[in-house]
Write a protein that binds this ligand. Structure first.
Ligand SMILES: [Zn+2]
Length: 454
C-alpha cells in the first residue's frame, strides 16, 4: 500500500476466517427474540427522550419540571415508568431500581446535584450472583457544559444507547419466559456521563463494594449511525482496554513476561461479541469492528469507570461520528446544521446494535460461568501444552481455544468433553491459550486465559 493512501471502505469490516470460532451454537429461542427488537420502538423511545428538551445532569428535576416534562427529572421518571411497563408485561419479572446520590461541586457540577441511575434487574434462575449488564447514559449536553436550561436533544449521544438498554430489557424479559437465563441481567441507564462519568463511577463502586460478580459490561454510547455521507452503517466499533486499568504491579509484570497485553477480561468480552455475531449474523445485521484501545482520542465513556473498578467492560460506538451533531447547540451556521437531532439518527442501525447487545447478553446469561483457576503447566520443558481448570456447574463440556500470538481473535477450538485437564499437541511458547465452558445446549462462557503453574 502507498503511504497516505486511504483504505477502501470494505477493509475495516475485514475479519479473519478464524472468527468462525462462534460463541457456542446458535439458540433458536435467542434468534427468535432478536427478531422482536423493533426499530419503530427504538425511534419512539429516542424521540420521547429528546422531547424532554434537555437532559443535562444539571437541568431541572423538581416536581414542577417533572410534571411539565422538561429536564432530566422528567426523563428519569419516564425511563423508570417504561421499565415498570415491561415488567408488568412479563408478570413482574423485572425489578426496577434507582441508585441516587448527591454529587458534590466540581469542575462541571456548579452546586450539589442529585444524580440518579435507573435500572431494571432480570434475576438469574440458578446462578443469580453472576451478572451481565448493558448500559447507556440518558443525560445530554449542548455546546456549554454548564448549560442546564438550553435545548440539548442528545438523540445520538446518548438517547441511542439508552434506547438499547430499554429495548434489551423489553425483549430479554419476554425471552425469559421461553428459556432459562442462569445469570442475572441488568439493564442500566446512567446520568452524569457528560459531567465526568459521575453516575457510572458511583454504580461501579457500589458493585465493587458489594462484591458483585459482574462478568460483563456492554456500554452503548453514540450508536445512532449518524446519516453522514461517509458513515459505514455495516459496522459498529467495539472498544476494549488492553492493559487493565485495575492491574496491580504484579499483574503488569506477569502480563509483560507472557505477552498478555491483548488478553484483558475486556478484550475477551470484545472477542465474545464478535463470536456471538458470528453465531447470529443473520439475525443481527451490523458487524462488530473490534478496536483494541480503551476509547477514541480525547474521549472517554462509562465503560472506563467499570474498568477502573476491575470489571470487564467494552464500548459500542458508530463507525464515524459527525462532530457537528455532538455537544452542539441546535442551530444553522454557514449552511451547516448543528445539533444532536433525531433526524440524523438511523433507527434501523440502532436496532441492529440492540440485537448484537441482546445476543451477547442472552448468550452470556444462558451459559455456564467461565472456568475458574485455569492453569497452564510449565513445570518442564516440553512441546505439548497441558491445561487444567475447576469444574463449572452446568457445564457439559469444555473447549480449549488458541491463537497465534499475533492474531486478534481465537483461531482454533478443541472440544475436550467433560474433563478438567487437557493436553494439546501445540507448543505454549508459540500460541496463546484459553478455556471456556459450554452447556448441553451449546451456550459458551467467556474465555479465560490461563496463569502459568510451576
Ligand atoms: Zn456520550
Amino acid at each position: 500500500m502507498l503511504p497516505g493512501l486511504a483504505l477502501p471502505g470494505a477493509a475495516h469490516g475485514q475479519r479473519t476466517d478464524s472468527a468462525a470460532i462462534a460463541a457456542g451454537t446458535a439458540d433458536a429461542r435467542i434468534a427468535a427474540g432478536l427478531r422482536q427488537v423493533s426499530a419503530a420502538r427504538i425511534q419512539a423511545n429516542i424521540e420521547k427522550l429528546v422531547s424532554f428538551g434537555t437532559r443535562a445532569t444539571i437541568s431541572a428535576q423538581d416536581p414542577a419540571s417533572v410534571a411539565a416534562g422538561r429536564g432530566i427529572g422528567a426523563a428519569r421518571e419516564w425511563i423508570k415508568a417504561e421499565f415498570e411497563r415491561y415488567s408488568n408485561e412479563c408478570g413482574g419479572c423485572l425489578e426496577v431500581r434507582t441508585d441516587s446520590f448527591t454529587e458534590e461541586p466540581g469542575e462541571r457540577i456548579p452546586q450539589p446535584t442529585v444524580i440518579t441511575n435507573v435500572y431494571a434487574v432480570l434475576k438469574g434462575t440458578s446462578d443469580a450472583q453472576r451478572m451481565v449488564l448493558v448500559t447507556g447514559h440518558y443525560d445530554s449536553r449542548n455546546s456549554g457544559t454548564l448549560d442546564g436550561s438550553g435545548d440539548a436533544p442528545g438523540a445520538n449521544d446518548d438517547a441511542s444507547g439508552t434506547a438499547v438498554s430499554l429495548e434489551c430489557a423489553r425483549v430479554l424479559s419476554k425471552m425469559s419466559s421461553k428459556m432459562k437465563f442462569a445469570a442475572t441481567i441488568i439493564f442500566l441507564t446512567v446520568a452524569g456521563e457528560e459531567q465526568g462519568l459521575n453516575g457510572s463511577r458511583h454504580f461501579a463502586r457500589m458493585a465493587k463494594e458489594q462484591g458483585w460478580n459482574l462478568e460483563a459490561v456492554l456500554n452503548n454510547d453514540i450508536v445512532g449511525g449518524d446519516k453522514s455521507a461517509e458513515q459505514d452503517r455495516s459496522v459498529v466499533r467495539v472498544f476494549s482496554e488492553g492493559l487493565p486499568a485495575a492491574a496491580t504491579e504484579q499483574d503488569v509484570r506477569r502480563i509483560r513476561g507472557l505477552g498478555g497485553e491483548s488478553d484483558s477480561g475486556s478484550r475477551q468480552l470484545a472477542r465474545y461479541v464478535a463470536e456471538v455475531d458470528w453465531a447470529y449474523a443473520g439475525d443481527v445485521g451490523v458487524k462488530p469492528l473490534l478496536v483494541f484501545r480503551l476509547d477514541r482520542y480525547l474521549r472517554g465513556g462509562d465503560h472506563s469507570a467499570f474498568n477502573q473498578e476491575g470489571f470487564s467492560a467494552v464500548r459500542f460506538t458508530e463507525f464515524r461520528e459527525d462532530f457537528h451533531h455532538q455537544h452542539q447547540d441546535v442551530r444553522t451556521e454557514s449552511g451547516i446544521d448543528y445539533g444532536d437531532l433525531p433526524k440524523f439518527v438511523d433507527f434501523d442501525y440502532v436496532a441492529q446494535v440492540a440485537r448484537l447487545n441482546a445476543a451477547a447478553l442472552a448468550s452470556l446469561a444462558a451459559a455456564p460461568a467461565p472456568p475458574a483457576n485455569v492453569h497452564l503447566l510449565t513445570k518442564g520443558l516440553e512441546n505439548d501444552s497441558t491445561l487444567s481448570w475447576d469444574a463449572v456447574t452446568g457445564a457439559a463440556e469444555y473447549e480449549v481455544l488458541w491463537r497465534a500470538t499475533t492474531s486478534p481473535e481465537w483461531e482454533h477450538g478443541l472440544k475436550c468433553g467433560n474433563v478438567t485437564r487437557a493436553t494439546v499437541k501445540v507448543s505454549k511458547d508459540n500460541v496463546i491459550f484459553a478455556v471456556r465452558a459450554v452447556d448441553r445446549e451449546g451456550h459458551a462462557s467467556l474465555a479465560v486465559v490461563p496463569v502459568p503453574e510451576r
